[in-house]
Design a protein around this ligand. Structure first.
Ligand SMILES: [Zn+2]
Length: 328
């Protein structure tokens, strides 16, 4: 097939990345392009290999947690398949939003009719702002905690402040030994660009400890194609802690003055040269350490941009000063 913009770079020239560890990959998908599996009892997870969603079947109907458009109508197929196999109703009565992002919620409108949508009040505000008909507003909202009870099952929703987004919540299934928490930890993989495209760096960095403070064995993390474990969260925490330590070291070690002297009156050229040098010094040992441990750690731009964000947050939020930063 001929591409209309044939001058653009093609996908054929990918660099030779390290092999993806087997442990980072999930179960094979079916012919429709999804996998549905039991997490515990009547809690199920669905994946397309990159995105995850979940649902709870009860005698009173099905509760869906997130509706990524990439899974789309396969979510409906997965619900129908499991409900038929277990002889329970396949009617989706509730849909819970983890956060407002379209890549996890953009198939919400596929579940129409009498479905009750539940989300944080900030999710409602952001969805109202964004005006996307694919993501209808939640009818039920909460500020700090909400207990959802359907068909004898209990789900605890909680908000502890901004992290990946201002509205990203923790979804605990106390009767299923499971926590669902999206877009902070990628099971077995590094975060993508800029702290996994997150808005609040300090909140993002603290979120795994909050996740681990809950009792659970199974973790539904949103990405990629498998469930996560407590060990996955711990490895992610170590990766982020290593970036923080490395950034502190580099901020203290790299003297900015020569860069500004060399840049003359182009101050921004001095800023760029200094911060690029700090970022490179901080990221390089982390990339080396996690290549082969976390999948795609050798896509250097991911760890570099995440390091840049964390290094900037250390400066701006934590007040960590660069070498010779305080005017005499
Ligand atoms: Zn997101």
């Amino acid at each position: 097939m001929t591409s209309p913009d044939s001058g653009a770079s093609t996908t054929a020239d990918l660099p030779d990345y390290a092999p993806i560890p087997r442990s980072a990959l999930g179960p094979a998908l079916n012919d429709q392009g999804y996998y549905v599996g039991r997490v515990e009892r009547n809690l199920y997870w669905v994946t397309d290999g990159v995105y995850n969603s979940a649902f709870l079947t009860t005698g009173d109907g099905v509760v869906v947690f997130d509706a990524p458009p990439s899974i789309g109508n396969n979510l409906r197929r997965a619900v129908d398949e499991i409900a038929a196999a277990n002889g329970v109703p396949n009617t989706v009565t509730h849909l819970v939003y983890s956060h407002h992002h379209a890549d996890h919620a953009g198939a919400a409108s596929l579940f129409g009719g009498d479905v009750t949508r539940i989300g944080h009040q900030e999710t409602r505000r952001l969805l109202e702002r964004d005006g996307d008909p694919a993501r209808p507003l939640p009818e039920i909202t909460f500020t700090d905690r909400y207990t959802l009870q359907v068909g004898g099952e209990r789900v605890e929703l909680a908000w502890y402040g901004p992290n990946h987004t201002p509205d990203n919540i923790y979804i605990h299934f106390p009767g299923h030994d499971t926590l669902m928490f999206i877009d902070v930890v990628n099971a077995g993989w590094v975060p993508i660009y800029n702290v996994n495209l997150s808005e609040d760096v300090i909140g993002y960095m603290g979120a795994p400890a909050i996740a681990l403070s809950y009792p659970w064995t199974h973790f539904i993390s949103g990405h990629l194609g498998r469930l996560a474990t407590r060990d996955d969260v711990a490895v992610h925490q170590a990766y982020i802690a290593d970036i923080e330590a490395s950034s502190r070291e580099a901020l203290a070690a790299v003297n900015p003055i020569p860069f500004y002297v060399a840049a003359g009156e182009n101050f921004w050229a001095g800023v760029k040269a200094h911060l690029d040098t700090v970022t490179e010094r901080a990221a390089a040992p982390v990339i080396a350490k996690y290549t082969g441990v976390l999948a795609a750690a050798d896509i250097e731009e991911f760890t570099r941009t995440t390091t840049f964000q964390i290094m900037q947050s250390l400066r701006l939020d934590r007040g960590v000063t660069v070498s010779s930063a305080v005017h005499p």
